[in-house]
Design a protein around this ligand. Structure first.
Ligand SMILES: Cc1cc2nc3c(=O)[nH]c(=O)nc-3n(C[C@H](O)[C@H](O)[C@H](O)COP(=O)(O)O)c2cc1C
Length: 393
């Protein structure tokens, strides 16, 4: 497999995390084991090398020109860190608390669909990594492993992401199954309609000479045939994962249908944050689906401050999109995020080296976060206030 073609540009070290289709690691050979990685970006070219073009394209793709994928990461460069000196940072506390549970770090694993496309052990390998690194894992509705298998591999219940479909009987069945598996939180993704314009994956498919119909069947029932969450459900009324007629009333309906905490994922404005709070949601995830929904060009870290301001501390505000460095996590925390998620980086780690790859991605980000916490003079996550960042003028 060679270059996938498409819109590539020279990768600077700053851009490596979101480079989409370039060949090779910038400035050197590829790492051959997870423990060689200096940063999480080093997993990306390995993933590109080992994955079939269409599968790497699926992981990499944004929409249109992939400019929002890039903007998400570049957004962190709009903020500078104001470090304080002579603070006792010998002992660091990276823990955060959400819904009565304490997590060792604020770094969580975002819902990413179909992880067996990246490694045969898929979500189970990810769950084992989350277990060994004590990380929060949010499982996609369209995961390629079941919530029961993933819960067993994680050693405790995971949060369940929800694509409700257009049939509430199916929604209810998904909720019931997650509740039975012990999931304490339901993450309702609200940022995606059918048929977002993903050109990078379409281009990658052109250079993939395998017969995709061996695995990918047509129609909705065909699509979910290898998505265990839909096993045994009557899908005769389902036209797709997303319903474009859905409104905030649906949130009320979900609240009535479950005892799990309800988070909405995909909020990018203060107006929607305010409406979410009014509808009694328990948490918000500031996200633009990793630039895979609309080409807004607006980094999630730029959306965060107005949402934090609107929420006024009433519920947790989580964030994802373009997070590739401990300093990115630090900046998001300083701007008011409660926890910070990664998607593609752990996909790269999984594709490259399976469970150890995901573990190393989590270890590196934690190490980098601890390094900047020490440097900036912030001994705990709670001490990382907004005075520690400055927006570049
Ligand atoms: C391959 C892939 C599949 C994804 N699948 C889902 C999904 O099933 N549900 C969901 O809510 N978000 C999904 N996302 C979005 C992620 O949860 C997350 O918002 C995004 O990846 C964060 O940006 P990052 O990849 O730059 O870290 C997916 C992202 C990728 C890259």
């Amino acid at each position: 497999m060679g270059s996938l073609g498409g819109k590539s540009s020279a990768a600077t070290s700053h851009e490596r995390g979101v480079s989409l289709l370039e060949d090779g690691a910038a400035g050197g050979g590829l790492i051959t084991s997870a423990d060689q990685a200096l940063d999480v970006m080093e997993f990306e070219p390995v993933a590109r090398k080992v994955l079939p073009p269409a599968h790497f394209g699926y992981l990499a793709t944004g929409v249109d020109d992939d400019a929002t994928v890039k903007a998400n990461h570049d957004g962190y460069a709009h903020f500078e860190i104001r470090s304080r000196r002579l603070v006792d940072v010998e002992k660091l506390d990276t823990s955060v608390r959400m819904f009565g549970t304490t997590w060792e770090t604020p770094i969580f694993l975002c819902p990413v669909s179909a992880m067996k496309a990246f490694h045969p052990e898929g979500e189970v390998a990810v769950a084992k990594a989350a277990r060994s690194r004590h990380s929060l894992l949010i499982l996609s509705t369209v995961a390629s492993s079941s919530v029961e298998e993933v819960t067993a591999a994680r050693g405790e219940p995971v949060w369940q992401q929800l694509y409700p479909t257009n049939d509430f009987n199916v929604t209810r069945a998904i909720i019931k199954r997650a509740e039975t598996a012990g999931s304490p939180a339901l993450v309702f993704t609200v940022d995606l309609h059918e048929n977002s314009n993903r050109e990078t994956i379409a281009r990658a498919r052109r250079v993939d000479d395998r017969d995709c119909t061996n695995c990918h069947e047509s129609g909705f029932a065909g699509y979910v045939r290898r998505k265990p969450m839909f096993d045994g459900l009557d899908l005769s009324k389902v036209t797709g994962l997303h319903s474009s007629s859905m409104t905030w009333d649906f949130v009320k309906r979900l609240k009535d249908a479950t005892r799990m905490k309800l988070l909405v994922k995909g909020i990018v404005t203060r107006e929607d944050a305010q409406i979410a709070v009014e509808h009694g949601v328990d948490g918000i995830i500031v996200s633009n689906h990793g630039g895979r929904a609309e080409e807004s060009l607006r980094p999630t870290v730029e959306c965060l401050p107005e949402i934090v301001e609107a929420v006024k501390g009433r519920i947790p505000v989580l964030l994802d999109g373009g997070v590739r460095r401990g300093t990115d996590i630090f900046k998001a925390l300083a701007l008011g995020a409660t926890a910070v998620g990664i998607g593609r980086p752990y996909g790269w780690g999984l594709a490259a080296f399976g469970q150890p790859g995901v573990e190393t991605v989590l270890t590196i980000l934690r190490r980098e976060l601890e390094a900047i916490m020490r440097q900036a003079g912030t001994p705990s996550v709670g001490s990382i206030g907004k005075n520690f960042v400055l927006r570049k003028s």
